[in-house]
Design a protein around this ligand. Structure first.
Ligand code: SAH
Ligand code: TYD
Length: 406
């Protein structure tokens, strides 16, 4: 029987993507070592409603010195995090000598703005390469995984924090109890723990199954986050829906005596109940929808190939590993993946072995069709590549359904 990582009750598996590689393990072409695979399947807890992977990948396999994802690679995300920092500076970091800790600060996309404001901060970031980039921007970084013991060490050295922030990282961490114990040790009595992650409600609505990959262990809802927070002695005091990364929610967690939940919490909880986000019907419908997208996408790519049309992909996202490996898309159906991240270029995409090339090679020559793996950056990328469309090129998207943008 599968048991819930949060509450120990039984978990019902509802979708299985089969054997999948590590989504950010871009391989050097001459690397002959055996590739690591695991079974990517998702279940929902029948008690606390937490949606979670059924198999865990050891954290050091995913987050290490060569972790290739750089948060600053998108103008949209740079702006999002600049605004996030500004908001904290104006609302939470206003006392004398305030202190903010970020879990998973990556290349310093958020904390660099805090540093520029001269406010005390610390990024806890296990991936040394991206952490070094953050240091180069003046950000203080501790190269460790955040957990209970790290949090205590940070408190001993720096004192308690007014804010603990984390973006696209808490959902990566199976051991939430240790995170909350750490937050309890580090956070000031009236402080706030704020984190934002892909929202299960948006994944269901957009059928964005590619949000499911090794690093995303949990798929949160207000309902499941509140249950988890309460079980660790905290409460969910605010929620805000965000448009980035295909739909996220920013959760604010505090000690129950310190803050009163806003109306937005009750509203989102009621909406989730009404939508039935984890009912058998919804979950099985999601799985059926995903299988339909796979069939349609493969049929389209095979058809284009039969017609002699050229197809390349755009955006070597972690998400794309699930798409290529679940659908069986290799270099025969998408010749290359264009991407602006130097750490991914010249490498082969995990599992599919599709070559990743610099974005400049998109034009050499323009293909007939481009499969947009970075659909969450569609506006930015389509605006950046006007000549592709002017040359008759067409973008292919696959959520919420397979379609060619005319
Ligand atoms: N916050 C950034 C980065 C997200 S990628 C953004 O939103 O763009 C996830 C990051 O979390 C990676 O940089 C990874 O190294 C880091 N990470 C993973 N597990 C962690 C842990 N236990 N503690 C702190 N950081 C962690
Ligand atoms: P992203 O969708 O942010 O995340 P994930 O890897 O978690 O799925 O990744 C976006 C990828 O797309 C990243 O490798 C950078 C690339 N990219 C470009 O090549 N050009 C662009 O203009 C943008 C915005 C992103």
């Amino acid at each position: 029987m599968l048991t819930c990582r949060i509450c120990g009750a039984s978990v019902r598996e509802f979708v299985d993507f089969g054997r999948q590689p590590l989504s950010d393990a871009f391989r050097k072409p001459d690397d002959t070592s055996e590739e690591y695979f695991f079974r990517l399947a998702v279940g929902a807890c029948e008690s606390c409603a937490m949606v979670q992977l059924v198999e865990e990948v050891p954290r050091d396999r995913m987050f290490h010195a060569d972790y290739p994802y750089h948060s600053s690679g998108s103008a949209l995300m740079r702006e999002h995090f600049r605004r996030t920092a500004q908001e904290f500076l104006e609302t939470e970091l206003t006392g004398s000598d305030p202190f903010i800790v970020e879990i998973g600060c990556n290349d310093g996309v958020m904390l660099s703005a805090v540093h520029e404001a001269g406010v005390r901060h610390l990024g806890v970031e296990p991936s040394a390469g991206v952490g070094e980039v953050a240091r180069g921007r003046g950000v203080e970084v501790l190269t460790e995984f955040f957990e209970d013991s790290t949090a205590r060490a940070v408190r001993d050295e720096h004192g308690p924090a007014d804010v603990i922030f984390s973006a696209n990282t808490i959902c990566h961490i199976p051991y939430l109890e240790s995170i909350f114990l750490g937050v309890d040790a580090l956070l000031k009595p009236g402080g706030v723990f704020v984190f934002e992650d892909p929202y299960w409600g948006d994944i269901v609505e957009r059928r964005s199954f590619d949000q499911i990959y090794d690093e995303h262990f949990y798929f949160f809802t207000a309902t499941s986050v509140r249950a988890a927070a309460r079980s660790y002695g905290f409460d969910l005091v605010d929620v805000r829906r965000l448009g980035v990364h295909g739909g996220e929610v920013r959760y604010s967690i505090a000690r129950p005596e310190a803050r009163t939940p806003t109306a937005a919490v009750a509203e989102l909880l009621a909406e989730e109940e009404a939508r039935g986000l984890v009912t058998r019907e919804t979950l099985d419908g999601f799985a059926a929808g995903v299988a339909g997208i796979r069939d349609d996408l493969v049929a389209l790519l095979r058809d284009l190939k039969a017609q002699g049309r050229s197809v390349v992909a755009y955006g070597a996202t972690a998400k794309s590993a699930t798409v290529t490996n679940y659908c069986g898309i290799g270099p025969d159906l998408a010749a290359k993946i264009c991407d602006s991240t130097p750490a991914k270029q010249g490498r082969l995409a995990p599992g599919s072995r599709i070559p990743v090339v610099p974005s400049e090679e998109f034009a050499e020559p323009y293909p007939d069709h481009a499969l947009l793996f970075a659909w969450n950056h569609a506006e930015e990328i389509i605006a950046k590549e006007p000549a592709f469309r002017d040359n008759g090129g067409r973008w292919i998207l696959y959520v919420p359904e397979v379609h060619v943008v005319e």
